[in-house]
Design a protein. Sequence first.
Length: 219
Amino acid sequence: MLEGSRFKPTSWTFILFAVSVIGVGVYLYLDRHDALSDTIRSWGAIGIVLSILFMALVSITPMPSDALLVLYMKMYGAWWGVLYGWAGAVLSSFVVYALARNLGKPLFQSLITPARFEQVDAWIRRHGVWGLLFARLLPIPGFVVSYIVGTMPSVRLWPFVWTAAVSILPYFIGAALIFLGVLEGFVWWVLIGVIGVGVFWGFGYWLRRRGNREQARGN
């Protein structure tokens, strides 16, 4: 479906990933005695709100949010950290929709060929919210998919937001299980988390192949 995307991994992709990994490493080193985490937790509700807003800010940029999610799980525990990270990611979808709709159509639509844009837009119109949800599960960077989908005339705000919220849940839950397994030494939790994330991405690849077959039959 989005195989006509013009987005290709560039050096910037790897630079941003490296920066996020280094940032996590620096934080974990400085927080090896939990001093930073204790300080942030001592801020109470203010710290939680700031954490959610910061995740929202990161999620509207190409910067990978995975590293930040690890920090949140370190600070607040696996499940609370995932909840706050998820809330921030969902909050960002409102901003992404507004940016894609009002400011960045030429830029974001340039990431995909016009023919592919029309195909995906028609596919979403035909399949409704399920088509939108499946588009979000494709194995393409979420930053790219969100902004491209946000420019499509067939997509409205509420379906855009709730499909974003649902589509990231399997990955976040899998990340929490892996984190708990590593932290507590529970190998089964790690395996369940890895399998869950693998199934999530495998389903995305299956959707992509199915979309390509539909396109081939249509041609």
